[in-house]
Design a protein around this ligand. Structure first.
Ligand code: C5P
Length: 304
């Protein structure tokens, strides 16, 4: 095989709890992860000369609101096309380990919001591990890819798996769950970029007043009970992010006002997602949020 294409899906967190801070600075978490139908696309092509070439392109497909000036405003440029990109590091890791003499040309078509709490970088990284494994027929299984992936990022093992899952430890201990109950999602990313380490640094695990009911969330998913899922939406990183990025709180309020059945910040933010039972209501809410200017990117999507 000389060339292949893979999709890298974004994720949201239906639940995110932090249990304690470890000596190495990472936090022990309990998270309910869900992939959504917003994806980047990566193409991998064998090159006869050694080395990695990475090209990043932007695609606005699937955005309900691509502001005209977005791609010129610098917002779309924080994706590096060198070793700083996890895609590059994932390819390098496997190609060095297996002594691959040929090279690879990778094209990354971005759609997932960047620095958004949607694991876009981790998902691209996971797609690259899958892609290089397939392209050069390395024969690694999912677990073997996950062992390598966690060295590149805590969310990478989950992104290699995808779907609905409970993630524990730093995110690498995974239990697959049955699919999330059907619903419509509006995903909105404000025009601020948020650094995950910054948000975790603001988190005071020992001072948290409330913890989301992660076990109850898993049970509700098992029972295909959407109301049970909605009742248990919770993310402790909101306490760390919202004081610094008040637009996250404003967006949540706006979605509630527009009749969302549930609303939560995803991961370390600033992306907010709203759950709607009615597709019509989801599109209407997306349209109204667009007009508020609170979000730079808005998608109407579904769990996958
Ligand atoms: O592993 P990754 O590079 O994606 O993590 C980014 C940052 O998020 C870490 O440097 C750490 O500050 C924070 N983090 C954490 N606990 C986790 C996962 C990430 O504190 N379980």
């Amino acid at each position: 095989m000389d060339q292949l294409t893979r999709k890298a899906y974004a994720k949201i967190n239906l639940g995110l709890d932090a249990l304690k801070k470890r000596a190495d600075g990472y936090h022990e978490l309990a998270m309910v992860m869900q992939t959504v139908d917003i994806c980047d696309e990566l193409t991998f092509a064998v090159k006869e000369t050694p080395g990695i070439e990475l090209y990043v392109e932007w695609s606005k497909d699937g955005w309900t609101e691509p502001p005209d000036d977005f791609l010129n405003a610098g917002e779309a440029q924080p994706v590096p096309s060198d070793r700083k990109n996890l895609v590059w590091r994932a390819a390098e890791l496997l190609m060095n380990e297996f002594g691959i003499k040929k090279g690879v040309k990778i094209t990354l078509k971005k759609r997932i919001p960047v620095a958004a709490g949607m694991a876009g970088g981790s998902s691209d990284c996971a797609a690259t591990l899958h892609g290089i494994n397939e392209l050069f027929e390395l024969g690694l299984n999912l677990h073997e890819l996950q062992v390598r992936g966690v060295k590149l990022g805590a969310d990478v093992p989950y992104c290699l798996l995808g779907g609905t899952a409970l993630a524990e430890g730093i995110g690498e201990i995974l239990t697959p769950l049955s699919p999330m109950p059907e619903c419509h999602l509006v995903v909105a990313k404000p025009a601020v970029s948020v650094s995950t380490p910054f948000v975790f640094k603001q988190l005071r695990v020992n001072e948290l007043e409330a913890h989301p009911d992660i076990a109850g969330m898993c049970a509700a998913i098992g029972e295909n009970n959407l109301d049970g899922v909605i009742d248990r939406l919770g993310n402790v990183l909101e306490t760390a992010a919202i004081p610094h990025f008040p637009v996250v709180g404003d967006l949540k309020e706006e979605f509630k006002r527009l009749g969302a059945d549930g609303v939560l910040m995803s991961g370390s933010g600033p992306t907010v997602f709203a759950i709607f039972k009615s597709e019509k209501q989801a599109w209407a809410a997306a349209d109204k949020v667009k007009k508020t200017g609170l979000a730079a990117q808005i998608f109407v999507t579904k769990p996958v």
